[in-house]
Design a protein around this ligand. Structure first.
Ligand code: GTR
Length: 329
C-alpha cells in the first residue's frame, strides 16, 4: 500500500468514526457528578440510575458517576452540566438559586411546613414550574431527591433562641439568601464549599454550619461541632438533572428509558434517605453530639420576615409562587 493510499484510508476511517460519534447510534459515555460518597443514599441511587440506564438503552448510554465532588464543587458542577461538559448530576437547589432565580423560593427559610409537604409540592404542578425554570437554563430535572431538613450546628453551645446565633460565624452554601438568613439572626455567614467545612470548623475559621443529619454525620462534622440544634429552617429538594445538550442528543425511546430510571432512582433515594436519617442520628448521638429541640421555633420564623420582604421586593413576580406553596396542605 502506498503512503498516499494509507493516508486516504486513515482519513476515511477518521471520517467514519466522527460520523459514528455524532450519530444517535454511538454509545454515549455520560459523566455524572455527585458531592457525596458512593455509600450515601444519593450515591447508591445514582449508581443504580447509571446501571439502569445502561441496561434499558442496551448500552447506547453508559453513565459513570464520579462521587465525592472529584469533578469540582457544586456551583462549578452545575455550570459544567449546563454547558454540556458534564452530562448529569444530583444538585441541591440551594446553589442553584444564583443561576435559576425561581429556585430561590426553595431556599426561603421555613417555606415548607414539612418534608411531606415539600414532596407534595415538588411532585405536583408547582414542581413542574421549577423544572421549566431549570430547563430554560440548560438543565432537565428528571426527578427529585430528598434532602431532609437542615438545622444549625456549632462548636460552642446549644442554640435555643435567635439570640444564641448572635456573632456566630456560620458556613452557608453559595447563595445570598443564606447570608441574609444568618444575618437576620445576628450571625455572620460565610459561603464556602462543602468539602472545606470540616477543616474550617476544626481550626475555628467558622463556629458553625447547617445541614441535615446524614450530611452532618457523613462529613464527620459532628466530631468537631458537637452542638446540633433542631431549627429545621430549610427543607431543600435536590434534582437529578441532565444537561439539555446530552438530553437532546437522545432518541425518544432513550429519553423515556432515562426518565424512567431517574424516577426509580428517586424512589430508591427517598427510601434510603428515611433509613439514613435514623442511622445518622443514632451514630452522632452515640459519638456524644448534643442534640437539642428548639421550643420557640416561631421566634426563628418571625426573624425571617426581612428575608422574605427583601426577596419579594427583588422578585415581585415570584410572590404568588410562595402563596401557592403555602396553600398546598
Ligand atoms: C447536602 C447536600 C449537598 C450540599 C451540601 C452542602 O445536604 O446534599 O448537595 O448542598 O449539603 O451543604 O453544601
Amino acid at each position: 500500500m502506498t503512503r498516499i493510499s494509507r493516508l486516504k484510508l486513515g482519513a476515511a476511517a477518521l471520517a467514519a468514526l466522527t460520523a459514528l460519534a455524532a450519530s444517535p447510534l454511538a454509545a454515549k459515555d455520560w459523566r455524572g457528578w455527585n458531592i457525596h460518597p458512593p455509600t450515601y443514599p444519593n450515591g447508591i441511587a445514582l449508581d443504580a440510575f447509571a446501571e439502569k440506564v445502561a441496561e434499558a438503552t442496551d448500552g447506547r448510554v453508559t453513565p459513570t458517576v464520579y462521587h465525592n465532588a472529584v469533578l469540582g464543587d457544586q456551583p462549578d458542577a452545575i455550570e459544567q452540566t449546563r454547558n454540556g461538559a458534564l452530562d448529569f448530576g444530583n444538585f441541591n437547589m440551594g446553589p442553584m438559586g444564583p443561576i435559576v432565580p425561581a429556585t430561590n423560593i426553595l431556599s426561603l427559610p421555613f417555606i415548607f411546613s414539612s418534608v411531606d409537604q415539600m414532596h407534595k409540592v415538588m411532585d405536583g404542578e408547582i414542581g413542574q414550574r421549577f423544572s421549566d425554570a431549570l430547563a430554560e437554563q440548560g438543565l432537565v430535572a428528571l426527578s427529585w431527591f430528598d434532602s431532609g431538613a437542615r438545622s444549625l450546628y456549632n462548636t460552642k453551645k446549644p442554640v435555643k433562641t435567635p439570640a444564641d446565633v448572635q456573632g456566630m460565624k456560620v458556613r452557608v452554601m453559595n447563595n445570598q439568601l443564606y447570608v441574609d438568613m444568618i444575618g437576620a439572626l445576628g450571625g455572620n455567614a460565610t459561603p464556602m464549599a462543602f468539602g472545606e467545612v470540616y477543616q474550617s470548623l476544626k481550626t475555628g475559621v467558622i463556629d458553625g454550619a447547617e445541614n441535615n443529619y446524614p450530611s452532618y454525620e457523613s462529613t464527620n462534622h459532628y466530631e468537631v461541632a458537637g452542638y446540633y440544634s433542631i431549627t429545621e429552617h430549610l427543607i431543600i429538594p435536590e434534582c437529578l438533572c441532565v444537561s439539555t445538550a446530552s438530553w437532546e442528543a437522545l432518541s425518544d425511546e432513550d429519553k423515556a428509558a432515562v426518565k424512567q430510571a431517574a424516577v426509580e432512582a428517586a424512589a430508591m433515594q427517598r427510601e434510603l434517605w428515611a433509613e439514613r436519617e435514623k442511622t445518622s442520628l443514632e451514630k452522632v448521638k452515640g459519638a456524644g453530639a448534643q442534640i437539642n429541640e428548639v421550643e420557640d421555633k416561631a421566634a426563628f420564623q418571625s426573624a425571617m420576615d426581612p428575608v422574605y420582604a427583601g426577596f419579594i421586593e427583588k422578585n415581585p413576580e415570584l410572590k404568588s409562587w410562595i402563596d401557592d406553596i403555602k396553600a398546598v396542605k
